[in-house]
Design a protein around this ligand. Structure first.
Ligand SMILES: *Cc1c(COP(=O)(O)O)cnc(C)c1O
Length: 331
């Protein structure tokens, strides 16, 4: 990636003149089976732009209560977009039940209510452990939304992990959404950036909003160059991360004092609970960090570990030894 950045052809992308950005946008659109794409500085901005582009101010965005949009994006849709985030209960497998979505859509003829403007799904679902939404469920949501005249946005920060786990081209997953954002960073290993994809008209409006929010970047080819490498070379190796996550989870699951549901370990995320009563999640993480292993907390005291390009099989085994040592030694 550093070599690609060094050798990138550059231009001013605010004038649509950066050839490397244009190449990345065309590549992303083609891979996801959409008409067009826009490079974004972050997934947060990509989601915000998508919500603002789909919905007029005053509309409601139906979004899972465990999603990144609802929990970790500083309420941007409301603060900057004039939108109401309407939280819908998230099922343990990352789905929003259609009955719950139906209940959340307010009567469009009731003047007291903010009308629904968009349904958002997260795939894979981070806080549910990186679980993959089934294609049959995506098809159901698509039908449900179309019947009600609502667009669907997929926060697909890790949508390539979903496609890898399902062993299908990513376009099979994204066909059910009007727009998708995915992160070039995270599992695809680029230093910066996300892509927003959708129809020609949607991306045209997204690019205006991106400029408005301060995300128009001049010689952004230095970012896009790494993004091209991410899409051309990093997608094919995600399966390795999934194997490593399974190995980590299988090892952890056998340890007394760790509670882990293997059925949620479908991609590159492992979520578990430390039930050994000598530990709080804070003292567990700090004892682990002293042994050179960093994990995080992801709500309700649960611990999250993520595998990626920088983590090898022997790193996984070293992690298992470190956890065993922490549990043996105590806080
Ligand atoms: C990381 C993440 C985002 C936001 O991406 P940033 O580039 O960190 O702003 C959005 N959605 C999900 C599910 C994520 O995991």
């Amino acid at each position: 990636m550093l070599a690609a950045i060094t050798n990138a052809s550059l231009g001013d992308d605010v004038y649509n003149e950066d050839p490397t950005v244009s190449r990345l946008e065309a590549l992303a659109a083609a891979m996801l089976g959409k008409e067009a794409a826009a490079l974004m500085p972050s997934g947060t901005m990509a989601n915000l732009v998508a919500m603002m582009s789909h919905c007029p101010r005053g509309a409601e965005v139906l979004v899972g209560d465990e999603t990144d949009i609802y929990n970790y994006e500083a309420g941007g849709a409301s603060v900057l977009g004039g939108l109401v985030l309407h939280p819908v209960k998230t099922q343990p497998d990352g789905r929003l039940a259609l009955a719950d979505l139906a209940q959340a859509i307010r009567d469009p003829n009731d003047e007291q209510c903010a009308p629904a403007g968009l349904i958002c799904l997260e795939n894979t679902h981070n806080r549910c452990g990186g679980v993959v939404l089934p294609l049959s469920y995506l098809a159901e949501v698509r039908r449900f939304a179309t019947e009600r005249g609502l667009p669907v946005h997929m926060d697909g920060a890790r949508v390539f992990n979903a496609a890898c786990a399902l062993d299908v081209p990513v376009s099979r997953v994204t066909q059910y959404a009007d727009s998708v954002q995915f992160c070039l960073s995270k599992g695809l290993s680029a230093p910066i950036g996300s892509m927003l994809v959708g129809s020609q008209a949607f991306i045209k409006s997204a690019k205006r909003l991106r400029k408005m929010l301060g995300g128009g970047m001049r010689q952004a080819g230095i970012i896009a160059a790494a993004g091209v490498v991410a899409l051309e070379q990093m997608v094919g190796r995600l399966a390795e991360d999934h194997v490593h996550a399974r190995r980590l989870a299988a090892g952890l699951q056998e340890m007394p004092g760790i509670q882990l549901d293997l059925s949620t370990v479908q991609t590159n995320i492992v979520i578990f609970r430390v039930t050994d009563e000598r530990f709080s999640w804070q003292s567990f993480l700090s004892a682990l960090k002293q042994r050179g292993v960093r994990m995080g907390e992801l709500g309700y005291g649960r611990v999250r570990a993520v595998t990626h390009y920088g983590i090898s099989e022997s790193d996984v085994d070293a992690t298992l030894s470190a956890v065993a040592d922490v549990l043996r030694t105590g806080p």
